[in-house]
Design a protein around this ligand. Structure first.
Ligand code: FES
Length: 487
């Protein structure tokens, strides 16, 4: 029996998403036992040559960096202390394996010798000897397995694997990331509040494995909680593979309303009529939200209060940096104020939220199609980045209609995703009539995949949303497979 790996680690080793391995497991193309995949089985499905030559590992790492910004690029390697702890654990494991191997080897050699000395009954001794000799030769000659084993050990040094109960979700902890940061980057809806060791909302029970504190926490756990193995996920990292017990948010109702003050980090044009507003929340008060949700922003101006609710265009995996794609709109006083150039970097805005149910949800179908028009791309971008991080969607595609002169203002990013992810498709269309364009992109989305196995997310101006939803419903897509956001 060869070594067994978690699905996350196996996916990383062969450079495909977890969704791909899970589809193969469901289709019976890859065997899984107790949630683990054996290396032999992985090699059968992905011959080693393919793994080494494909460059897929590099490709996935590169797109992650490009997609999720500087915070994710930092701290790729764990600290020397964590590395040495993991090395020590691996050395112990290796010593134990060596001891077992030596014992089995001695046993086989002694059995062969004994069969040579007393070869009775006839026939059986020869058969047994041949069998043992063949078995030994196989062990000594299984070079491919050894190389994959070595790659697995290397990955184990750099990443710790965390399994969450009762959901069964799993993710890898990279560098010195806290368990919470790593879980959010992987697209999980882990419970938390401040992310800074103050509120206690991220406490979770460690069922097995060791953790190490990486952040000072003012919140203190009770003696009883400590004795039961509770830790603060925002203040601890994983020393090795972990199993933890905690609840996750699956729907907008699981996330409390929050209020915080964030500062303008940047305002820059994405087109003549579109701005990128980048807000940064304080370290100790971030906005917890699900991909696709929005927030209400407010700021004082001329003795009044300007307010607007806009979709968040960034991934919840980076909850401190909130992006909004703001369209010029004479009916939106806050948008006009931003376009006037009067708001400077460093100014404060009140943030309240999250709001909306334009979210992926826990039961994700094999295929997701995102239909966006103009700045409807904002919430869709958040969903796509989340889908890439969570690796739960097998195939997904973006159909982006441009109806204004700003065009596809982040086309390069969409093309980079399409280049880097085989499972992602990108279709761009232009039409100055959003209703007519809606029919075009909806038809293309319907033609591209089985509507019965798909979910459709539609975001943009009212005319676009109405047109696309009508077309999808007419094609027989059930209401529960449709989500819409007017923006
Ligand atoms: S999230 Fe507040 S203590 Fe961890």
């Amino acid at each position: 029996m060869s070594r067994a790996l978690t699905v996350s680690r196996a996916a990383q080793l062969v450079g495909v998403s977890r969704a791909v391995l899970q589809r193969m497991i469901r289709a019976g193309e890859l065997a899984q036992f107790d949630g683990l995949v054996e290396i032999d089985e992985l090699l059968r499905a992905f011959p080693l040559a393919n793994v080494e030559d494909s460059g897929l590992l590099e490709k996935v790492a590169r797109i992650r960096e490009e997609s999720f910004g500087r915070r994710v690029r930092e701290h790729v390697l764990p600290s020397p202390e964590i590395l040495s702890q993991r090395l020590f654990a691996q050395s112990q494991e290796l010593a134990e394996v060596r001891r077992h191997l030596q014992a089995y080897h001695s046993l086989v050699a002694a059995t062969i010798e004994r069969l040579n000395v007393r070869p009775a009954p006839a026939g059986l001794a020869d058969e047994a000897r041949n069998m043992l000799e063949r078995g030994l030769a196989r062990v000594l000659g299984s070079e491919s397995d050894n190389r994959l084993d070595a790659m697995t050990d290397m990955l184990k040094l750099v990443y710790a694997n965390v399994v969450v109960r009762p959901s069964g979700h799993e993710f890898l902890v990279q560098g010195n990331d806290s368990i919470l940061q790593a879980g959010l980057k992987a697209g999980l809806g882990l419970n938390y509040g401040c992310a800074g060791g103050n509120c206690g909302l991220c406490k979770a029970r460690v069922v097995s494995g060791e953790t190490r504190r990486v952040l000072h926490a003012d919140y203190s756990l009770s003696e009883a909680e400590r004795a039961q193995g509770y830790v603060l996920l925002c203040a601890h990292t994983a020393l090795g593979d972990l199993v933890i017990e905690t609840l996750e948010a699956g729907s907008p109702a699981d996330i409390p309303q929050q209020e915080l003050v964030a500062r303008v980090r940047a305002i820059r044009p994405l087109g003549p009529n579109t701005l990128l507003l980048h807000l940064q929340a304080p370290r100790s008060a971030r906005l917890r939200f699900l991909a696709g949700q929005g927030a209400t922003l407010g700021m004082a101006h001329n003795g009044g209060d300007l307010q607007a609710t806009w979709p968040i265009a960034s991934c919840p995996c980076d909850d401190r940096n909130l992006h909004f794609h703001v369209a010029r709109d004479p009916g939106d006083a806050l948008a006009e104020h931003l376009f006037s150039g009067a708001v400077r970097v460093g100014e404060s805005l009140n943030v309240r939220g999250p709001s909306g149910d334009f979210v992926l949800g826990t039961e994700v179908p094999p295929r997701v199609a995102f239909l966006a028009c103009d700045t409807g791309f904002g919430p869709v971008k958040s969903l796509i980045e989340h889908a890439m991080a969570a690796e739960t969607v097998e195939r997904f595609a973006l159909y982006w209609l441009a109806s204004r002169e700003d065009g596809h203002y982040l086309a390069n990013q969409c093309e980079a995703w399409a280049d880097a992810f085989d499972e992602f498709g990108y279709f761009a269309a232009s039409d100055d009539d959003p209703a007519r364009g809606a029919a075009l992109v909806a038809k293309r989305a319907l033609d591209d995949g089985d509507p019965a196995a798909s979910r459709y997310f539609v975001a943009g101006p009212q005319a676009f949303v109405d047109g696309a939803m009508r077309r999808l419903r007419d094609a027989g897509v059930p209401a529960q497979a449709l989500r819409a956001a007017v923006c």
